[in-house]
Design a protein around this ligand. Structure first.
Ligand SMILES: Nc1ncnc2c1ncn2[C@@H]1O[C@H](COP(=O)(O)OP(=O)(O)O)[C@@H](O)[C@H]1O
Ligand SMILES: [Mg+2]
Length: 439
């Protein structure tokens, strides 16, 4: 409660309607606090209706607008039928939920005075104020706030790094950052140099690879920064969570959704492989979702931490990746890395195709694959009964033990699972991805 009044005080000048409002009714707050599964609340301030609070729950969208199907209805004619949408992404049980607001209105929704803009999404932080001008204001209160006292060494002028944690990985932590000039939100990956091997960091670091790339399905880097113990990558904020949290929420992913995800993965991978770059750590956590409001959504490949620009004619020989997704030829390397290097044996780009097979199996069934003693993949679970023969056939070809037997990206695109929907997929990709995010 104390916090709430503080938030209003510090921001009271920013909103017209808010200035006119009386104190928050404490009884509303108490009732809401006992509710289970509430991630946060939006306190509504409007001159035409009594003060109320909207609960934001796990996996439930909140919509605000003129239409009577919205969670909260606005009566003013200046409001759009659906003005904005608030949704949550749960990355990890240990992390605060990420609550986002998507502006759906051409009249605009404002966050702390700044226009979000139709189709744009912002991450909400405790005490933020959303405004539908001349209609109502909404104060966001987050339920749990974890104290994150992570120290960073960035002292540049371009960005302010906030304490909002977006995700964590083996070597890094990702925070929301704000570009000082524009107020735009970004993701900032802070890499702890002590955790990464010096060769990986200096010789082939992810930012040097990422800076060469420009593709709608690959994360876009805005700036990087180097300090004594840390390395910073400022990149586009991707607001739909990663495929891991999506699968956790969904249990399994419908085949048609999986088809468009895999199609985009092939676009990204085709682009990388044509430049002789292997990602080497393809997994659900490294595939981000732009917004999953629809069954068709854009995905973005990230985490080029162990990606590698391959020299012509040279195989790779480092034991990298994530075990569950790792191709057998990488696992076979364990302890033999140096010898393989000397003899130029190692492995190639086919390791990414194997990981793609694991990802596809996981998405469709919600489980990791099992193999029979002869190395063939088992589709025993009930869930596979409703999945097409072509999908299973493609997974089997991705998960061939011998790298040479796996299809290349181009060959995979010709597989019947994609090929029978070729023109629809191409059209969808053009209208939903390329039109909005041109190369
Ligand atoms: N640009 C981004 N926008 C939003 N979330 C992100 C972004 N980049 C990473 N994340 C989140 O942070 C997690 C870790 O990031 P990642 O780059 O994979 O770090 P690591 O190399 O340590 O694994 C991801 O799994 C994802 O959930
Ligand atoms: Mg990662």
């Amino acid at each position: 409660m104390e916090f709430l009044s503080r938030a209003i005080l510090s921001r009271s000048e920013s909103t017209q309607i808010l200035c006119e409002m009386s104190q928050i009714d404490e009884s509303t707050l108490d009732i809401q606090q006992t509710e289970d599964g509430v991630l946060g609340r939006l306190f509504v301030f409007s001159s035409t209706s009594p003060q109320t609070a909207i609960s934001i729950r796990k996996y439930e969208d909140v919509t605000v607008g003129r239409g009577n199907t919205n969670t909260y209805q606005l009566i003013q004619s200046t409001a759009s039928y659906r003005h904005f949408r608030v949704y949550s992404v749960l990355v990890d049980d240990d992390m605060d939920p990420l609550v986002y607001c998507e502006d759906l209105s051409s009249n605009g929704t404002f966050l702390n005075h700044c226009l979000i803009g139709k189709g744009n999404v912002v991450l909400l932080s405790d005490g933020d104020i959303l405004d539908v001008r001349h209609c109502a204001s909404f104060l966001y209160q987050q339920k749990n706030i974890t104290d994150d006292d992570y120290h960073h060494e960035y002292d540049g002028d371009e960005f302010s790094i906030t304490h909002r944690l977006l995700g964590t990985g083996g070597f890094s932590r990702i925070y929301m950052a704000i570009e000082n000039k524009t107020g735009r939100q970004y993701a900032c990956k802070i890499i702890d140099k002590k955790k990464v091997s010096s060769t990986r960091f200096y010789d082939d670091h992810e930012v040097s690879i990422l800076k060469k790339l420009n593709h709608p399905n690959i994360v876009h880097v805005a700036m990087d920064y180097n300090s004594e113990n840390q390395f910073f990558i400022f990149e586009e904020l991707v607001t739909g969570g990663d495929l891991f949290s999506y699968l956790t929420k969904m249990g399994t992913v419908p085949e048609v959704t999986c088809l468009f995800i895999m199609y985009q993965m092939l676009q990204a991978l085709g682009y990388l492989h044509s430049q002789n770059i292997a990602h080497r750590d393809l997994k659900l956590e490294n595939i981000l979702i732009v917004s999953s409001n629809d069954s068709v959504f854009r995905i973005i490949l990230t985490d080029f931490g162990v990606a590698r620009c391959m020299e012509k004619g040279k195989r790779m020989s480092t034991f990298v990746g994530t075990l569950e997704y790792t191709a057998p030829e990488i696992r076979d390397l364990k302890g033999r890395s140096r010898r393989c290097k000397e003899m130029n044996m190692g492995y190639g780009k086919e390791v990414d195709i194997w990981s793609l097979g694991i990802i596809m199996y996981l998405l469709l069934s919600g489980n990791s694959p099992t193999f029979s003693s002869d190395g063939t993949i088992v589709f025993e679970d009930e869930v596979w009964k409703t999945i097409s023969r072509q999908a299973k056939d493609l997974i089997s070809s991705f998960l061939q033990k011998l790298p040479i037997q796996r299809p290349t990206v181009q060959e995979a695109e010709e597989h019947p699972w994609f090929f029978r929907h070729k023109s629809r997929l191409e059209k969808l990709y053009k209208t939903r991805i390329l039109k909005q995010y041109p190369l």
